[in-house]
Design a protein around this ligand. Structure first.
Ligand SMILES: Cc1ncc(COP(=O)(O)O)c(C=O)c1O
Ligand SMILES: Nc1c(O)cccc1C(=O)C[C@H](N)C(=O)O
Length: 445
């Protein structure tokens, strides 16, 4: 392990009383964890280990989920047998043609949707386009604007602006907490992130959806950072349209296809802005005129990305026998415990949690703002130190990520993250921060 300039080599971990207490608590929590055995369904590094200095704490499942063990064998079979031997017959005999709806129905219970309401395919960005233009086409004639979450992941804003230009509407950015006050009878829809990608704040999906409906507007939710991490309740809260990716907490793999949810009672009115032949009522009639399919199939576009789709289907087997409620319970316990360990191990005032303390406002990540006012060797011209801190954490085996300008993000995937992982990550963070110039170095804990 080569050293990062400015950071000493990782020291052997001293056994202070505080650290022993947190490590013992982690062991207790792991022993009592009903989801602990699910970790074996994933390919991960060996568990943190005191003797070796600990390797492999993966806290970036909110960007790219870990590999489920069921995927490689399934994909090998798809390639060798379904493609290699059956070839074109697999569209029917191996169920390739119906995979987008079949896999949509497997995701549906995780986001509180009944069967026939979710279709898998295309990227989240493309599905945002379908949902926003499709939503505007269903909105009242006098509508002049689309509200967009002012703190949104950028792709949503970019696409909403383009969709607005194409439909003659304006985009107005609004903080999610202000939507109930800002929505008017001229609002066609609001596009909102369920969990904020930077801070991990969980927005009030039931309340915001209700406020939008009261003003006659549609609610379009981006579930990228909530699906697979917490209950969403799409049907129960009468959400109109929703999109989300499958490569984060659903562990579908890099670039795995996204999904589109259309409320059942709206499906008949949904007019896709991308009416490709897969969404036609009779695709193999190959008629020049377009007639949309009934039901959720009208959310499809063109030929599905079969290898990625079937990798996702195998990945979803990791959910067999797991309830999303149990995942939420563990997620909150993990993030509570991580925050407690950060408080115990990190010298005061070096980091500040951007993630809400309140459980009802917290997603499944912890974002820590890392102060820019540290030693000059770390902050050239006022550049925050957080990026270098994350580089050093990764070098020491704790993988989170960094978002500009000063955010350290740690994602907790309850299917495979242990309490020992959380404790180890907080310890290493404290160690890295104590090594910064001008920070007094105790042994933490
Ligand atoms: C909230 C949100 N929406 C959309 C995306 C990305 O969409 P796409 O998969 O099309 O790149 C991300 C992350 O990449 C995201 O965090
Ligand atoms: N989608 C990503 C990608 O293709 C490459 C690297 C990262 C990502 C991400 O998922 C970013 C992520 N949505 C975020 O929350 O920052």
């Amino acid at each position: 392990m080569s050293e990062t300039p400015g950071f000493p080599a990782a020291a052997a971990r001293p056994g202070s009383a505080g650290a022993r207490e947190q490590a013992a608590r982690a062991a207790e929590l792991d022993a009592a964890d009903p989801l602990a055995a699910i970790r074996d369904r994933f390919v991960l590094d060996a568990a943190p280990d005191e003797a070796s200095g600990g390797a492999g704490v993966y806290l970036d499942g909110n960007s790219l989920g870990a590999l489920p063990r069921a995927v490689p064998g399934r994909i090998a079979d798809v390639i060798a047998r379904e493609w290699g031997e059956l070839r074109i017959r697999s569209w029917t005999e191996s169920g390739w043609w119906t995979a987008p709806e079949r896999i949509g129905d497997k995701i549906a219970p995780l986001i509180g949707a009944g069967p026939g309401r979710v279709v898998v395919g295309d990227s989240t960005s493309v599905n945002i386009f379908k949902a926003v233009v499709g939503g505007v086409r269903m909105a009242g004639k006098g509508c002049t604007e689309i509200l967009v979450d002012a703190t949104t992941f950028p792709t949503d804003g970019y696409i909403a602006r383009s969709a607005a230009r194409m439909t003659g509407l304006a985009v107005r950015p609004v903080e999610p907490g202000g939507i109930a006050d800002e929505v008017t009878e001229r609002t066609a829809l609001a596009l909102v992130n369920h969990v904020d990608y930077r801070t991990g704040r969980l927005n009030d999906l039931p309340g915001i959806t209700h406020a939008l409906h009261s003003a006659g507007a549609l609610a379009v939710w981006d579930l990228c950072h909530s699906a697979g991490a917490l209950p969403v309740g799409l049907d129960a809260h009468h959400v109109d349209l929703a999109v989300g990716c499958t490569y984060k907490y659903l562990n579908g793999g890099p670039g795995s296809p996204a999904y589109l949810y259309i409320r059942e009672s709206l499906q008949e009115r949904f007019e896709s802005p991308l009416p490709g032949w897969n969404s036609h009522a009779d695709p193999f009639a190959m008629e020049p005129g377009y007639t949309p399919a009934d039901g959720i199939r009208r959310g499809r576009v063109g030929t599905p990305d079969i290898l990625s789709l079937l990798a996702l289907e195998a990945a979803l087997e990791a959910w067999d026998g797991v309830s999303i409620e149990a995942v939420r319970t563990k997620s909150l316990a993990l993030t509570d415990f991580f925050l407690a360990c950060v408080q115990a191990y990190v010298p005061p005032d070096l980091v500040r949690s951007l993630t809400p303390q309140a459980h009802e406002r917290r997603g499944s990540q912890v974002s820590l703002a890392c102060s820019p006012q540290l030693g000059s060797s770390f902050g050239q011209g006022g550049t925050p130190v957080a990026g270098q801190v994350m580089d050093e954490l990764i070098r020491r085996g704790v993988v989170g990520d960094f978002r500009h300008p000063d955010v350290l993000r740690f994602g907790f995937t309850p299917l495979y993250t242990s309490f020992a992982d959380a404790e180890r990550a907080a310890w290493v963070l404290g160690e890295v921060l104590r090594a910064l110039p001008g920070v007094s170095s105790g042994d933490g804990g």
